[in-house]
Ligand binder design. Structure first.
Ligand code: IMP
Ligand code: MG
Length: 191
């Protein structure tokens, strides 16, 4: 039975166009470290994790379970990529937060910082709402294409090369978010 389900997982997740960059085990270990750091840094604070949908949903779900504090979560959805694999620089708020962040210690939880355009626009918007502090946790940091070089990532999962990556919440045209690992798309035109 165990062998059968492993076989099934391999079949489902084997795609010749993907090259695994970080395995499920590596991700789990790294997120446990981030959880310890965040737990120590936010002790005694009124922490709200603001997840940027949809890409950060899996990171949020794993990260929040390794933070040993009383915290709340909220969601925001912004669109910058549509279904393309390049940044347009335009940010549209598709879903705003449900609750006020006034007086709160906000940790924005993002999937990847690439050019940084999306996040710096989002931080501008959140910055005007009276939060006590705003910091940024990004599962991935892809520094090479950065345009907003002043953007500070306070907590980074992994630094990745300048390639299109998918899995663990990140998509190519809406697909591959369900992969439990992070993979490079070898031929983006065939993704
Ligand atoms: P930025 O505005 O260029 O920093 O892009 C941020 C957003 O673009 C991320 O939240 C992702 O949704 C998307 N993105 C950037 N690079 C990748 C990638 O390699 N794979 C999947 N999505 C990406
Ligand atoms: Mg995103």
């Amino acid at each position: 039975m165990a062998a059968e389900s492993t076989q099934m997982a391999n079949t489902e997740f084997t795609n010749p166009n993907l090259e695994v960059l970080h395995s499920e085990e590596q991700i789990r270990a790294r997120i446990a470290e981030l959880g310890e750091e965040i737990t120590a840094d936010y002790a005694g604070k009124d922490l709200v994790l603001v997840s940027v949908l949809k890409g950060s949903c899996i990171f949020l779900a794993d990260l929040m379970r390794v933070i040993d504090l009383k915290l709340t979560i909220d969601f925001m959805s912004v669109s910058s990529y549509k279904n393309e694999m390049k940044s347009t620089g335009d940010v549209e708020i598709l879903k705003d937060l449900s609750n006020s962040i006034r007086g709160k210690d906000v940790l924005v939880v993002e999937d990847i910082i690439d050019t940084g355009l999306t996040l710096s626009r989002l931080l501008d918007i959140l910055g005007s709402r009276g939060a006590k502090s705003i910091k940024l946790a990004s599962f991935l940091d892809k520094p090479e294409p950065r345009i907003k070089t002043e953007l500070k990532i306070d907590y980074t999962g992994f630094v990745v090369p300048n390639k299109f990556v998918v899995g663990y919440g990140l998509d190519a045209a809406g697909r591959y978010r369900n992969l439990p690992f992070i993979a490079i798309v070898k031929d983006p035109s065939a993704a």
